[in-house]
Design a protein around this ligand. Structure first.
Ligand code: ARG
Length: 459
């Protein structure tokens, strides 16, 4: 039964129904819808808008529907949307009292409230998943304190870094993502219910009571805005997009570092795939797919922003388009975060290969220039001298590590025997003790700081 059929002489066309109905996807909101309706009914009773008996009958009926859906005895089907389904079901169970549930509300403030409840709980789940991922990254960072790897710029070897520094960098990104979801949650946690269709209501409702029952911080201050605000969906999709961008970069690093050419990381068999024709292959399908899904999530962000851009106040049916993209965004994001945590929990490292790579290809050249600069040679001059040394090494098939002290001294008299220690990869990484730097000491400080900032989400 349609909630609004009284005005119509003819039923809607079959294809119009199929086009219009949202039940196939908004049935996901059933818990939120029933929870919000129970709070609304309690308030109607308490404010004397319906009788206490009617209120109790409605709440009891709704709770029974909740149980029946939860244990699978009631299937959600045969209505325009989840709100109609629950109301029809209630009326069929308790009769006329059920018809009073919709007093002083509209589906417009109802759907806005339900969806906020749903997105709020999803936000909490995302923050929890991100926290778990950050903990796995921190475990890897702790392991990585003892090892060095090359750091890159322009994907050319730049300077040796501690392996832990790499993982902390991603932990920082995902912590920012958690912060973003957390701060969006504050803006989201405002209750539209009581906005009615658009203009509020003439019944003596108590919006504060409903807000408290539903754990909202407060009722919204403007009913027109209340029924049409979907900023929280766009914010969620943006936060998801940002997190996917971080995941995608991490995927790219993992794919690259696990190639035969780099060979620093080894993805475990459980998170790798093979080829149907090439027996030797161990492919990084999981991180590749995750990198690919990033485009899809960005798409959901663009879709919701575009849907919202031209809508006049207040509610318009365009707003029903806020859900499907969101649900997919949520699904994909959570599975990506969770699978990345598993993949990283099982990844192994070729620490020797990383160590060798960290010293080779003149990755320690900056430290040669710094060595001279610390002895009083102006940095720009020291840079020039070191550049000449590198060129000489390339022409003569030598490395910074196998040059003799005599050879160093032919380039500048400030070189002393300690230059041999200076150009070791480990020394270079250990030397970068500045705040936020790549040395084991700084990395340990960074781990402590991330743990402290993360603790807020671990209560
Ligand atoms: N299914 C609708 C949505 O998702 C519910 C609100 C319907 N309101 C209306 N005035 N048609 O937006």
């Amino acid at each position: 039964m349609k909630l609004w059929e009284g005005r119509f002489a003819a039923p809607t066309a079959k294809d119009a129904d199929l086009f219009n109905d949202s039940l196939p996807f908004d049935k996901k909101l059933w818990k939120a819808d029933i929870t919000a309706s129970v709070a609304h009914a309690r308030m109607l009773g308490k404010c004397g808008i319906i009788s206490a008996d009617e209120s109790a009958l409605i709440c009891g009926g709704l709770e029974k529907i909740y149980e029946d859906i939860e244990n699978g005895t009631l299937e959600i089907q045969g209505a325009e949307d989840i709100h109609s389904f629950v109301e029809n079901e209630l009326v069929s169970r308790i009769g006329d009292a059920g018809k009073k549930l919709h007093t002083a509300r509209s589906r417009n403030d109802q759907v806005a409230t339900d969806f906020r409840l749903y997105v709020r709980s999803s936000t909490d789940t995302v923050i929890e998943s991100l926290s778990n991922l950050i903990e796995v990254l921190l475990n890897n960072a702790e392991y990585g304190v003892k090892y060095i790897m090359p750091g890159y710029t322009h994907l050319r070897k730049a300077q040796p870094i501690c392996l832990g520094h790499f993982f902390n960098a991603y932990a920082e990104m995902f912590l920012r993502d958690a912060d973003r979801f957390y701060s969006s949650r504050k803006r989201l946690n405002v209750m539209p219910l009581g906005s009615g269709a658009l203009a509020g209501t003439s019944y003596p409702i108590d919006r504060d009571m409903v807000a408290t029952l539903l754990d909202f911080d407060k009722p919204c201050d403007n009913s027109l805005d209340g029924v049409s605000d979907r900023d929280f969906v766009a914010e969620y999709c943006f936060n998801a997009s940002m997190a996917m961008s971080h995941l995608s970069r991490l995927c790219e690093d993992i794919i690259l570092y696990s190639t035969e050419e780099f060979g620093y990381f080894e993805i475990s068999d459980e998170y790798s795939t093979g080829s149907s024709i090439m027996p030797q292959k161990k492919n990084p399908d999981i991180p590749e797919l995750m990198r690919g899904k990033t485009g899809r999530i960005y798409g959901h962000l663009m879709a919701i922003l575009t849907t919202l851009k031209g809508i006049p106040l207040a509610y318009n049916k365009d707003l029903q388009e806020d859900k499907e993209g969101f649900f997919d965004c949520e699904n994909q994001l959570l599975s990506c975060i969770n699978i990345m945590a598993e993949l990283l929990d099982n990844i192994t490292f070729n620490t020797n290969k990383m160590k060798k790579a960290a010293e080779s290809d003149f990755a320690c050249a900056t430290d040669v220039a710094d060595y001279l600069a610390k002895k009083g040679v102006p940095f720009r001059t020291a840079h020039g001298v070191t550049g000449k040394i590198v060129r000489w090494c390339i022409e003569n098939g030598r490395t910074l590590q196998n040059m003799t002290i005599d050879e160093y001294q032919t380039f500048d008299e400030h070189f002393d025997i300690d230059i041999c220690e200076t150009v070791k990869g480990k020394t270079c990484a250990e030397a970068r003790t500045s705040f936020g730097g790549a040395s084991p000491k700084s990395v340990k400080e960074n781990i402590r700081s991330i743990k402290k900032r993360l603790s807020k989400y671990k209560e």
